[in-house]
Design a protein around this ligand. Structure first.
Ligand SMILES: [Fe+2]
Ligand SMILES: [Fe+2]
Length: 173
């Protein structure tokens, strides 16, 4: 199955596009962890190390951005709570990796769990959560275009592939 299968064909709202682009890298991390769980200790250490790098440079702030921008929008409590619960669980997994990456990589079940948790979280956001938000709140998302532009400026993985340099101030809405 290709990575693009995770992304519905319906066009993503512009304010959600930087976050959706970062989901591509998140899925790559998730699949690397799941594969490594079936491989040897050195493969698991590599996968955990790569996850820690992605967490520090991108995923940590991505979670904060989602909670700041999206959680305040009116939404069914079941959706809001799922987002917060899964972020909390992934944050605690990341804390364990940051605390002792080597020990985390020794634990095959942990590596497997982290891979599937991250994968399922991203798939749910793309298929359900973002879909709900963009159909329920197009105007509220329009108001978040400035924040989306700031994410693109701050994090390379959030930029469109053709955009190799950060968007200039004039580009921002
Ligand atoms: Fe998330
Ligand atoms: Fe996300």
């Amino acid at each position: 199955m290709g990575l693009s299968d995770a992304f519905p064909s319906l066009k993503r709202h512009e304010a959600l596009q930087p976050l959706s682009r970062e989901h591509m890298n998140g899925l790559i991390q998730a699949r690397a962890l799941s594969r490594a769980a079936h491989a040897d200790g050195s493969a698991r250490r590599d996968a955990i190390r790569a996850f820690v790098d992605a967490w520090t440079s991108e995923i940590h702030d991505h979670f904060d951005d989602e909670e700041r921008m999206l959680v305040p929008l009116k939404q069914p409590e079941v959706l809001r709570q799922r987002l917060l619960d899964e972020h909390a669980e992934l944050r605690s997994c990341a804390a364990r990796c940051l605390d002792d990456a080597r020990a985390a990589a020794e634990d095959v079940q942990f590596v497997k769990h982290l891979g599937s948790l991250l994968h399922d979280h991203i798939r749910w956001e793309e298929r359900e959560y973002f879909q709900f938000l963009q159909s329920a709140h197009p105007a509220a998302l329009d108001a978040l275009l400035g924040e989306a532009g700031a994410i693109e400026r701050d994090r390379p993985g959030a930029r469109a592939r053709h955009r190799l340099t950060p968007p200039s101030e004039e580009d921002s809405p």
